[in-house]
Ligand binder design. Sequence first.
Ligand SMILES: [Zn+2]
Ligand SMILES: [Zn+2]
Length: 230
Amino acid sequence: MLDQGMTYKHLVEQMNVNGIMPEEIECILVTHEHSDHIKGVGTAARKFKCPVISTRGTYDGMLHHIGKVEYTEIKRDVGFTVGDIDIQPLPTRHDAADPVCYRFSSEGRSAFIATDTGSINMEIKQAINDSDLVVLESNYDPQRLRNNPLYPEYLKIRIASEDRGHLSNYQCGDALMSVRPNQRIFLGHLSKKNNDPDLAKDTVSQTSGIRRAALDCLDCNLDDTRVLKI
Ligand SMILES: [Zn+2]
Ligand SMILES: [Zn+2]
């Protein structure tokens, strides 16, 4: 399981809908310590009796919120294995202690999930091009963010920051320019206030050249949170 930002009740409902049994969860990987990624980590880890895996900086940042769990430390850029899945953590650029994204591969198939990063480096671009399934952040439309009266200036600057922010629809489209038609692409971590699925798909399709119908969105809003079983 990758991150766990739902209540335990919501998670169990989603697992039931998607036919995922608790005993199938071998560990909970965490990308970084922000609440939308860790809110349910502690409860889920204790209920499923599985370890939490993250960088030390992420663990130190979330310990206070998740409570006592079995913990395994990993280091950015150092691959590891869970069951028969090889996992490669890659550093992201975000306002967190030691954030990473993860690429998964097993038996010739691969998936790459990257959200909460202000920019894309060569390693991430390579991982996008090398994976059968890609979930990439398409967080905000720059114009909507700029014109959003509810967001204070410092927050707008943080979100748009290349060092510690999120990917815009245009940055996401740019990063997907070299994908092939047989790769499955999901747009993820869409802002509810500064984006919407249609706008994200339009911009990413125009920027990347990917057919709009070939793009799908994950977690567009909390009512539609889906568990993606790979
Ligand atoms: Zn974050
Ligand atoms: Zn987030």
